[in-house]
Structure formats: structure tokens, C-alpha cells
Design a protein around this ligand. Structure first.
Ligand SMILES: Cc1ncc(C[n+]2csc(CCOP(=O)(O)OP(=O)(O)O)c2C)c(N)n1
Ligand code: SF4
Length: 290
């Protein structure tokens, strides 16, 4: 049961299955935002189609639920229109790495100042558990009793190849760390990607808290790991990483200009685009179509 004192709570309770990791992810996001003292009136969250997005009405903030895989460009648009807002894009692994794969590529390389939360439950859950690029090999899925025929997408090396200025990996079973990572990501100036390994007891029964505890490790426990050196981070994941799920703040590069900061046309302009919107009377134009 969620803490009703959080200003981000609403009257609505999402309809996720009992034990679903989405409860923890939404609760962590609410805690992170309120601990950072960010007001709901200056928070925008876009949601995607999928179980991940079914909490859209249970967070008190401006929001928009977009087409499948499209919550990232919606967040980018909201951010560019009004940079006074804290802007979050919420998305599942299916939406992010299948239908909307192009969007994370350009969000990272453009370094838009938004936070992307990827709910990685390793399946297309809302449509009853089809395989995604992150589903474990040989795992029986809907329509694929012997497992998926495709290879996996190596998410870490794929995202690192784009040189993200902030990339963290959390776990829905560890709210405390998740809140810390979300707060860091929201504060980061640039595109912060937080991938969250999300429990889905309905369609990913093998991913249990015990399994996760056995096969995961926080990069903070690796003595020589330096998340501020992108070359070393890439080298570690390309060559030295073991076959385990690494969590924590994997990479953080400060001082890299954001997309907006690199726009010569906006240099020295104090207003945001939303404040510059002008109203035109189009009545005469429309006469041509009467
Ligand atoms: C373009 C498009 N393709 C497929 C669908 C059907 N669809 C709706 S939700 C969904 C699964 C979403 O999976 P994911 O993004 O991983 O989120 P989850 O449900 O696992 O949280 C699919 C395939 C759709 N709505 N639009
Ligand atoms: S199917 Fe999985 S992701 Fe969807 S609500 Fe149930 S447990 Fe959560």
C-alpha cells in the first residue's frame, strides 16, 4: 500500500498483478520527485502503451500516454517547449527496444535534458508475454514454446556505444537504491537513462528476487570500476564483464552540453518556447476551403 502523504499520489490504484515490480517503480519515482522537492505542477511524465504505462493516472503530474514506443519523443517535445519542467519518459523494454528503438538512440546522442525510465521485465507483458530482445534465450514464451529464434540485444553495450551521459541500472526489488538512482538521474544535466530490472511474476516467473540476488552485482563493489571514464566503462563491458546483471550507476559523464545548449538560435534567449507562442487568426485563410 502506498504512502498517502506523497504529493504525487492520486486516488487511483493501478491494476497491476500482485507482486508486479511496477508498483515499486512508481512508488520510487514519487519518492524521488518529492524528496527533490519538485512540485507536481512543474513535472511532466509521458507514458507508453504496456503494463508499465498503466499507472499513468496514479501519478499527480502533467502527463501524456502516447503510442506504443513513443513516450520518448513526447518527452523531448515537452522538454524543448518548456525547460522549467522536470521531464520523464516512462517506457517498457518492448516499446523501447522494438517499436520505438530509434527514439532512445537520438535522445542519447542529442543529450536532451530528460530522464528515461525503462521498465525491463524482459517481455511484452500487456499482450500476454511475447518474447522481446531482452527475453532470456530458450525461455518458453507465448507462441514460442522452445524460446525465441533471435539472438538477444546486448542492451548495455548497445546503449554504451551511444556514449550516454548518464546510464544507471536499478532493480524493482530494491526501492532504496532505485530512489537514489532516480534522484541522481533527474538532477543530471543531460539525457539520463535508468534501466530497471522489473519483476513480472506473471510472465517472467524465473526472474525471482532469489535469482536476481544470485546473478547480479553492483558496479560499486568492483574496486577498479570508474563510472566517470566512458572509455574504461565501455572497455569493462566489452571485455571484462562477467555473465551477471550489473546494477548501479554504470556511467556518468558531466559537462557535456545538452541539445538546447548547442542551439545557436537560442543563445542568450531567456524565455522558453512555450512563452513565445503567438496567436494568429486563421479565419481568412480557412475561407479558401469553404
Ligand atoms: C505499434 C504497436 N505494436 C504492437 C502493439 C501491441 N502492444 C500493446 S502493449 C504491447 C506490449 C508492451 O510491452 P512492453 O513495452 O515491454 O511493456 P510491458 O507491457 O511489458 O510493461 C504490445 C506489443 C501496439 N499497441 N502498437
Ligand atoms: S503481466 Fe507482469 S508487468 Fe504486467 S501487471 Fe502483471 S506482473 Fe506486472
Amino acid at each position: 500500500m502506498e504512502n498517502n502523504t506523497n504529493i504525487y499520489n492520486t486516488e487511483l490504484i493501478p491494476t497491476w498483478c500482485p507482486g508486479c515490480g511496477n508498483f515499486a517503480i512508481h512508488a520510487s519515482l514519487k519518492s524521488a520527485l518529492s524528496e527533490l522537492k519538485i512540485d507536481p505542477s512543474s513535472t511532466y511524465i509521458s507514458f507508453d502503451i504496456g503494463c508499465n504505462g498503466n499507472g499513468a493516472g496514479s501519478i499527480n503530474a502533467f502527463g501524456f500516454k502516447g503510442l506504443h514506443g513513443r513516450s520518448i519523443p513526447l518527452a523531448i517535445g515537452a522538454h524543448l517547449a518548456n525547460r522549467k519542467f522536470t521531464v520523464i519518459a516512462d517506457i517498457g523494454d518492448g516499446g523501447c527496444f522494438h517499436e520505438g528503438l530509434d527514439h532512445i538512440v537520438h535522445a542519447i546522442r542529442s543529450n536532451y535534458d530528460i530522464t528515461i525510465l525503462i521498465h525491463n521485465n524482459m517481455n511484452f507483458a500487456l499482450t500476454t508475454g511475447q518474447a522481446t530482445a531482452t527475453t532470456q534465450q530458450k525461455k518458453a514464451m507465448y507462441g514460442l514454446p522452445d524460446g525465441k529464434p533471435e539472438r538477444d540485444l546486448d542492451i548495455i553495450n548497445f546503449l554504451l556505444s551511444l556514449s550516454p551521459t548518464f546510464y544507471a541500472r536499478g532493480y524493482s526489488g530494491d526501492l532504496k537504491t532505485l530512489v537514489v538512482l532516480m534522484k541522481e538521474g533527474i538532477k543530471h544535466k543531460g539525457c539520463s537513462v535508468i534501466e530497471i530490472i522489473q519483476l513480472c511474476p506473471t510472465y517472467n516467473k524465473e526472474l525471482t528476487p532469489m535469482w536476481f540476488a544470485e546473478y547480479s552485482a553492483d558496479v560499486a563493489t568492483i574496486k577498479e570500476y570508474d563510472n566517470s571514464d566512458i572509455k574504461k566503462v565501455k572497455n569493462f563491458f566489452n571485455n571484462d564483464a562477467k555473465d551477471i546483471i550489473y546494477t548501479g550507476l554504470l556511467s556518468k559523464q558531466d559537462g557535456i552540453p545538452t541539445f538546447y545548449d548547442r542551439l545557436p538560435s537560442r543563445e542568450g534567449i531567456k524565455t522558453d518556447l512555450v512563452e513565445e507562442v503567438k496567436q494568429y487568426n486563421v479565419k481568412n485563410l480557412l475561407k479558401d476551403f469553404e
